[in-house]
Design a protein around this ligand. Structure first.
Ligand SMILES: [Zn+2]
Length: 332
């Protein structure tokens, strides 16, 4: 399995009452596990993410299902646990590129001399990650070449990545704010880009799957459980399962077509592009039909003595094919 996972706080601020963790199988684009943990169940909020991930992974381990790839953010506790517990079983742990860039002070600091290079630095991080075999040495060499490239030096003399991949720069392509070798900006760029801890993370960037789909699912949860509304544990857990059913039913919709059978596209103006736009395919309409939860539930998947009417969260879990024995108990 190739899994991506990320956590989400179910209320604003650091004192969140609940935290959830979502696991998506990337090749299927299906939510295959959601966990809800109360903050009071763990020593402090920073342990929440690790605890939620452990609960998500446990059913796979218990059923001898191997996790080939796991993509997460750069949480240190999670990284240590995956390395020690899942690494020996062959799991490869990668970091989501967006999360990695988000935590890089070079990108976030707004260092004045480097402002013009900000987008290039972000792009370069994605370029470093685009290494099909996830060769960490090549990823590191690609990333560090940024320091030379920004100084108009495109031969690096490093094994595996001796020169930039772009063609020779001529005409308009040379019209850039190149950094002067030895200048404060060039030194700053090298200091921050080559920080050992960050370079170590770059070597572990995910070359293929990211956590985009988990982020999309977390946005969807807001439609089922707005953050400004308080829910009981069972209420919140049920909302998560409903959101998972909706996502799994609609996550892989076909492209919409005109009556003449032509694929439809539309211009979108996402907020993060700050007025910019992009052309994206239009998908078929969302399905809001009969909920699968109301469909007959395979009796063998429900614990003895329970019923879909009395324990809807168990019924939902059964339809999702989640291991019921590992589901948290509903709280009053
Ligand atoms: Zn270059």
């Amino acid at each position: 399995m190739m899994l991506s996972g990320d956590c989400r706080s179910d209320s604003l601020g650091h004192c969140s009452k609940y935290g959830s963790y979502t696991i998506i199988e990337e090749r299927l684009n299906k939510v295959i596990d959601v966990q809800l943990v109360q903050s009071s169940e763990v020593p402090n909020s920073s342990w929440c993410e690790l605890e939620r991930l452990k609960r998500s992974i446990r059913p796979f381990s218990d059923n001898d299902m191997s996790v080939d790839v796991l993509v997460t953010d750069r949480n240190r506790q999670v990284a240590k646990w995956v390395r020690e517990q899942l690494g020996p079983q062959g799991t490869r742990h990668f970091y989501d590129v967006w999360h990695c860039g988000k935590g890089n002070i070079l990108i976030q600091s707004g260092c004045e001399d480097l402002v013009l290079w900000r987008q290039s630095i972000v792009n370069h991080l994605w370029t470093a990650a685009s290494t099909p075999d996830a060769n960490p040495h090549l990823m590191e060499a690609k990333w560090k070449s940024l320091v030379n490239h920004a100084q108009d030096i495109h031969k690096h003399g490093t094994q595996g990545f001796p020169s930039c991949l772009h063609p020779p720069l001529v005409g308009q392509d040379r019209n850039k704010q190149w950094l002067v070798p030895g200048s404060g900006a060039a030194v700053k760029l090298e200091q921050v880009a080559c920080q050992p801890m960050f370079v170590k993370d770059v070597r572990q960037l995910s070359p293929q799957h990211q956590t985009h789909s988990v982020e999309a699912f977390h946005s969807l949860i807001l439609k089922f459980a707005p953050k400004h509304t308080g829910f009981s544990y069972l209420g919140m857990y049920t909302k998560l399962l409903l959101a998972a059913l909706h996502y799994n039913s609609n996550g892989n919709r076909d492209m919409a077509r005109t009556k003449a059978g032509v694929d439809r596209y539309a211009a979108r103006y996402p907020r993060f592009k700050k007025g910019g736009w992009s052309v994206q395919p239009v998908k078929d309409k969302l399905t809001y039909g009969k909920s699968p939860v109301t469909a007959p539930v395979p009796p063998l998947l429900l614990p003895a003595g329970s019923s879909p009417e009395r324990e809807p969260h168990l019924a939902a879990a059964a339809v999702l094919r989640l291991p019921i024995s590992n589901q948290p108990s509903p709280r009053a």
